[in-house]
Design a protein around this ligand. Structure first.
Ligand code: F6P
Ligand code: MN
Length: 294
């Protein structure tokens, strides 16, 4: 089944149309990547040097979304403020244009992460109507989630075709994928990771949140970018990164946590806010929360 048919069968027309328009960008982004390598002289609002590709993907996606007329406002990792889009738009979008973009240098996974809301920002992630990501890997895939389920599509000559419908995390996970330096982890988190290692989970960490999460969606386990001793909120951005992935994992029968509660219930004051991010199988997240509390 083609993505378009799947969307029209399951979603209201406007949301279906928005997700389909986003999916059309995948091929164009993928095609441009070889020509957009290198660094700019600018920094984003997180103080990170913007790569040419970040800046390009950000502008490209914003312009394409404007053309749909469906988007009212947008928040992006590469923009300091809320971007006003179309006056009559009905959706508000969070955007990480190219997650893991430093991976381009070494030819590892990168992807685009999007959250879709009707509520205006600032809105907790629980208000998302849908979330999706596109992965530019050996295969180009798109995963979208609504409250009706999580589905994966593969880009072929015919367009995106359905390859997995109603995805649920495997009951018993296989992997753990953990960021930050071990010396900066809290003692509780160290203890948790030791427990996971003893249980035989295998370490697989690639340095792109969306890519690392995608393997958890397939094989089960846990992804964590934890709270660090000198960076208690960790590294990942609540609005553009952690909220959409948390929505997807929860719809796939897993859990998200900031160490205490679902990331989707976190209130926030600034678009720049970061959050410790733990996503994966329920049993692991519960053990983690207990271990951190001790
Ligand atoms: O966007 C931030 C990001 O690139 C994530 O995609 C990834 O999970 C993380 O940073 C990698 O950070 P580190 O280089 O510390 O492993
Ligand atoms: Mn990112």
């Amino acid at each position: 089944m083609l993505l378009k048919e799947h969307l029209l069968k399951n979603l209201d027309k406007k949301l279906a149309s928005l997700i389909f328009e986003i999916s059309k960008m995948c091929e164009l982004i993928r095609r441009e990547l070889p020509y957009r390598r290198g660094k700019t002289t600018m920094k984003n609002m997180f103080g990170e040097i913007q790569l040419v590709v970040d800046e390009w993907a950000n502008q490209f996606i914003i312009e394409e979304l404007k053309k749909t007329g469906l988007v009212k406002t947008l928040v992006s990792e590469e923009e300091a403020d809320i971007v006003k889009m179309s006056k009559n738009g009905i959706f508000n979008i969070s955007l990480d244009p190219l997650d893991g973009s430093s991976n381009i240098e070494s030819n590892n996974l990168v992807g685009t992460i999007i959250g879709i809301y009707k509520k205006d920002f600032p809105a907790p992630g629980r208000n998302q109507k849908a979330a999706l990501y596109m992965l530019y890997g050996p295969l180009d895939t798109l995963v979208y989630a609504t409250k009706k389920g999580v589905h994966e599509f593969l880009l072929t000559n015919e367009g995106f075709i359905l390859i997995r419908e109603n995805i649920k995390l495997p009951t018993k996970g296989k992997l753990y994928s953990v960021g930050g330096l071990r010396k900066d982890w809290s003692s509780g988190f160290k203890e948790f990771v030791e427990g996971v290692e003893e249980k035989g989970y295998k370490l697989r960490y690639g340095g792109s949140f969306v890519g690392d999460f995608n393997q958890i969606l397939h094989y089960g386990g846990i992804f964590a970018y934890p709270s660090l001793v000198n960076k208690p909120e960790g590294k990942l951005r609540l609005v553009s990164e952690s909220n959409p992935i948390s929505f997807i994992v929860e719809q796939a029968g897993g859990r998200s946590s900031n160490g205490k509660k679902s990331i989707l219930d976190r209130e926030y004051k600034s678009l720049q806010q970061r959050t410790p991010t733990y996503v994966g199988n329920k049993d692991l997240i519960e053990t983690l929360e207990k271990t951190l509390k001790q």
